[in-house]
Design a protein around this ligand. Structure first.
Ligand SMILES: [Zn+2]
Ligand SMILES: [Zn+2]
Length: 122
């Protein structure tokens, strides 16, 4: 079981482990991820929605574009996840909200055209 939550502890969630192999982990460099997280880029764990469950707390949902929404802790503001109608069966979970973020190494970069110029990834 993968577990995570927000900074203040109001929101806790669990993610079922992938039966075989690992979920995709991707860095997104788009300006909306940057702004909503106030971070240079965001690393996401891409999971099936069915694997995700809130245990405590109720998120605030932001409709961040026509297609996309993001969920936050209403108390501390932690960006928890991203959802888009382009991939209706997925949630993209911010790895920074996970209890063991080091378990999840990104293998893909998306929206590199928006990547900050000083950022040099291996
Ligand atoms: Zn919180
Ligand atoms: Zn993005």
């Amino acid at each position: 079981m993968i577990e995570g939550g927000c900074f203040c502890g109001n929101i806790r969630f669990t993610i079922a482990e992938k039966p075989q192999g690992d979920y995709l982990v991707a860095n997104c460099h788009c300006s909306m991820c940057r702004k909503t997280s106030a971070a240079p880029f965001v690393t996401y764990l891409v999971i099936p929605k069915a694997a995700f469950q809130y245990k405590t707390g109720t998120p605030k949902i932001l409709q961040s574009s026509d297609k996309s929404s993001r969920q936050f802790c209403p108390d501390c503001g932690t960006h928890l996840l991203f959802a888009t109608t382009d991939r209706p069966n997925n949630f993209d979970i911010t790895t920074g909200s996970l209890d063991e973020p080091n378990r999840f190494t990104p293998t893909v970069n998306v929206h590199e055209e928006s990547k900050l110029t000083w950022l040099h990834l291996q």
